[in-house]
Design a protein around this ligand. Structure first.
Ligand code: XMP
Length: 508
């Protein structure tokens, strides 16, 4: 299979570059700059993209790569830091002093293959302080901006290209065309990476690998585990058993929806465990969020383990790991969030031979495409993320059956109204929170002393930063009216208007 290497020097857009390549139907892999030349050579890449990075290429602790990378005969595109690295390594000069940040106008050489089909004047997104002041011998300048003399350079004979700006971000309107040119005109890719071919290939491979052996999957109802389970089911049918633990902290109707879809519609071997009262008992009197997370995680493993024991030894355990988990497993904020939030440690408690991770090469949007390929309903495929501990971290403080019931009803109303307004796909995440606060109100002639529901809705592309969503007032008004009139125990609704940072998306 043709593939592109995204060689990671620690910039912020590395995954985005890899995704943009895949949007062109070319498979891409992100690998660290520590990947050896031999590994790169033997992997048979059609092209290499050098990413941005946080340092100065001439500095003491700069991360660099040996010159031989540019002598493999594989086309290379250097982006931002990657461009400076190419210039520096091949004998050019990089200096400090060209502060450019944001959208700037770009003049380019329309004769360059990289810029084929692009007008001579366009916009690009810059984010740099260092710049290439002198290009290496054999190169020519192919684009400039007002303050950047080498916005792009190339040696077309050696197929080495470099751009100081970021073609992968939306603010470079012709950036997608430039990447397309690199992949198809320069690297000679054919564009064979599609989710239908992935699905077909993966199902065939799984069938071959598993044969008549037994597979176990923990189904949460989230997109990743659902798509993984469906792929496996397509490959091995009844040899797959899914265990779905209902911890009672799911949204309204969620458990029954999961059951009716997987058992009803797909006719899967599904073991659904109603463990709601068991979880509530363990959580009684606990108000600390981290403590609640810990209890929920541990209890989940205990329930799963008990069910798995009844089945006995299985050959394979399925995990819904996806590509960002793989890339991020080293370090970084996102990795921390994952390990912190997710129910880890399941494999240690199940008797199995081997782990299968059918989605470990896919980005989230690709996982969704596979879901659609497999006929999964759209509302399931485009589901917003839902934390593992579920409503456990959305009932602030101690969790009781009564509080859970209030939250489920209020949250269902909010979700229903957002969907009715046609905004459900536009907003990254939206939900209700039951604050631990009660306040005074009036209902008819009587005074009330009831809970406050907070509504949270955010726009985000990566969940690391988020803006509060500017929901229309009439929508907020409808939601508020329906909640205070329809949900007993609530007399006040507030809307959270803080962004992340400094606030987080969840309240606990
Ligand atoms: P925060 O609240 O940290 O949330 O801004 C970022 C994303 O992570 C989700 N989240 C969790 N996911 N277990 C999870 O599986 C958790 O304990 C957890 N806490 C937050 C949150 O919903 C958002 O998508």
């Amino acid at each position: 299979m043709e593939k592109i290497l995204v060689l990671d020097f620690g910039g912020q857009y590395n995954q985005l570059i890899a995704r943009r390549v895949r949007e062109n139907r070319v498979y891409s892999e992100v690998r660290p700059y520590t990947t050896t030349l031999e590994e790169i050579r033997s992997a048979g890449y059609k092209g290499i993209i050098l990413t941005g990075g946080p340092k100065s290429v001439y500095g003491e602790n700069a991360v660099r790569y040996e010159k031989a990378l540019f002598e493999l005969g594989i086309p290379v595109l250097g982006i931002c830091y990657g461009a400076q690295l190419m210039a520096y390594t091949l004998g050019g000069t990089v200096e400090a002093g060209a502060n450019e940040y944001g959208g700037v106008s770009l003049s380019l050489d329309t004769g360059s293959l990289l810029f084929r089909g692009i007008p001579a004047k366009t916009q690009c997104w810059m984010s740099h302080t260092d710049y290439i002041s002198q290009i290496p011998i054999g190169f020519k300048i192919s684009a400039k901006t007002e303050s950047c003399p080498v916005a792009a350079m190339e040696n077309d004979v050696r197929k080495l290209y470099a751009v100081q700006f970021h073609p992968e971000v939306m603010h470079t309107p012709q950036g997608m065309q430039m990447l397309h040119n690199f992949l198809f005109e320069i690297c000679g890719c054919a564009g064979e990476w599609t989710m239908s071919s992935f699905t077909r290939r993966t199902v065939a491979q799984l069938k071959e690998k598993i044969g008549n052996r037994k597979v176990l999957c923990a189904l949460s109802g989230g997109v990743d585990s659902s798509v993984a389970a469906l792929l496996l089911h397509k490959a091995v049918g009844d040899n797959l058993t899914c265990i779905f633990v209902d911890h009672g902290l799911l949204r309204k109707d969620e458990a029954s929806d999961v059951e009716s879809l997987f058992r009803g519609q797909y006719d899967m071997n599904l073991i659904a465990v109603d463990a709601a009262s068991q979880f509530l008992e363990k959580l009684a009197g606990v108000g600390d969020p981290e403590q609640k997370r810990k209890i929920i995680g541990e209890e989940f493993i205990r329930v799963f383990e008990a069910e798995a024991k009844k089945i006995g030894k299985v050959d394979f355990l399925v995990q819904g790991t996806i590509y960002p988990d793989v890339i991020e497993s080293g370090a970084g904020d996102a990795a921390l969030i994952k390990s912190h939030h997710n129910v880890g440690g399941l494999p240690e408690h199940v008797d199995f031979e081997e782990i299968i991770e059918p989605l470990r090469d896919l980005f989230k949007d690709e996982v969704r495409q596979v879901g659609l390929e497999l006929g999964m309903p759209e509302e399931m495929v485009y589901r917003q993320p839902f934390p593992g501990p579920g409503l456990g971290v959305r009932v602030i403080g101690e969790i009781t059956a009564e509080k859970l019931e209030i939250l489920k009803e209020a949250d269902a109303i909010f979700r229903e109204e957002v969907a009715a307004a046609g905004l459900d796909r536009e907003i990254g995440q939206y939900f209700a929170v039951l604050t631990d606060m009660r306040s005074v109100g009036v209902m008819g002639d009587a005074r009330t002393y009831d809970y406050t529901i907070a509504l949270r809705a955010v726009q985000t592309s990566d969940f690391m930063t988020a803006d509060w969503a500017k929901l229309p007032y009439d929508l907020l008004e409808r939601v508020s009216n329906r909640i205070v009139n329809g949900v007993r125990g609530v007399n006040r609704v507030v809307y959270d208007i803080t962004s992340k940072p400094p606030a987080t998306i969840e309240w606990e």
